[in-house]
Design a protein around this ligand. Structure first.
Ligand SMILES: Cc1cc2nc3c(=O)[nH]c(=O)nc-3n(C[C@H](O)[C@H](O)[C@H](O)COP(=O)(O)O)c2cc1C
Length: 289
């Protein structure tokens, strides 16, 4: 991917689209970007279902929350499904964001959708297998950049936390221990954390926190905040942290770091004690440089 950090900074949730269809080859390449994405939990099967006729999906979104009204303009949709296994939400956040960034790079608009649909109705459409869950949808098409298009985008952001703006790095990233200032001069680390900071999240809740030590970075999720979003056993705040981890990973990789996120095989209790992590925060992963 060419200049991923630039793509991360350009991406916005798009909520109104031009009717012009996207060429089939490009649509196929977007789906492939998801299918071939780097996984955090490679054993969990995920599927990305492309709907070339977006109306089929939009019509099944909920009327009351505005899903149909907002996204009826999308020429295409992708529905993301996953096996329900430990770490499935963080894995999907990490994987689908690679698809989203690829689409952004192609000049396409997307919008992560975790609410505004009933799982049964969309599940019927994709033919869910036993043990498989519908995690998220995204419309896909060329963004409508007219006044109306921008209005449709912004009307939702008004209801989102901080009006869609992001918290400063000082509020989401600490040094090795919780509450200790970040204090690093490492430009790669600072840039990768800044890219993580810009990740999209459920109602812009930004539930991620990072503890950056010399040789590792710990990713945490605010599981107790009043915005913690859990729907039918699906912990969307974990998915959000997966998206931020994806931004961190791709940005660091582009700048030459070879590290990876580990999401199991560590003692979360011990980390919480050592790093003085307050109650209500979950340790999601450790990036080892
Ligand atoms: C997991 C997840 C679920 C989301 N669900 C919805 C949704 O149901 N409807 C919607 O309009 N936006 C949804 N969003 C988009 C967020 O509101 C948006 O990312 C956030 O407000 C920041 O704006 P930005 O993406 O333009 O930077 C969701 C985002 C994420 C990551």
């Amino acid at each position: 991917m060419a200049d991923i950090r630039d793509t991360i900074r350009r991406r916005r949730s798009i909520r109104h689209y031009l009717s012009q269809p996207v060429p089939e080859g490009v649509l196929g390449a977007v789906v492939k970007a998801g299918e071939e994405s780097v996984a955090l939990a490679p054993k969990i099967a995920v599927r990305f279902h492309l709907f070339t006729d977006g109306k089929v999906v939009a019509e099944r979104m909920t009327l009351l929350t505005g899903g149909r009204w907002l996204f009826g303009s999308a020429p295409h949709f992708i529905v993301a499904t996953s096996e329900e296994k430990p770490h499935f939400m963080v894995n999907m956040g990490f994987r689908m964001e690679q698809l989203v960034l690829y689409a952004t790079e192609q000049g396409l608009g997307t919008c992560w959708i975790g609410g505004m649909f009933a799982e049964e109705r969309i599940g019927e459409l994709v033919g869910l297998k036993p043990g498989e869950r519908v995690i998220a949808l995204t419309p896909l098409g060329y963004p409508d950049t007219s006044f109306y298009g921008r209005f449709a985008r912004n009307i939702i952001e008004v209801g989102a936390r901080d009006f869609g703006r992001r918290k400063p790095l000082s509020e989401i990233a600490y040094g090795k221990v919780w509450g200790e200032p970040l204090g690093t001069q490492d430009e790669v680390l600072l840039e990768a954390l800044d890219c993580a900071r810009l990740a999209p999240s459920w109602a812009n809740t930004q539930p991620w926190r990072f503890l950056a030590a010399e040789s590792d970075v710990v990713a945490l999720a605010d599981a107790a905040g009043r915005y913690a979003s859990v729907r039918q056993g699906k912990h969307y705040y974990r998915l959000d942290v997966g998206i931020a981890m994806c931004h961190f990973y791709l940005a660091a990789r582009e700048m030459g770091w070879k590290g990876r996120w580990q999401i199991e095989g560590f003692d979360a209790g011990e980390i919480a004690r050592e790093r003085r992590i307050p109650q209500g925060f979950e340790t999601i992963g450790i990036y080892r440089k």
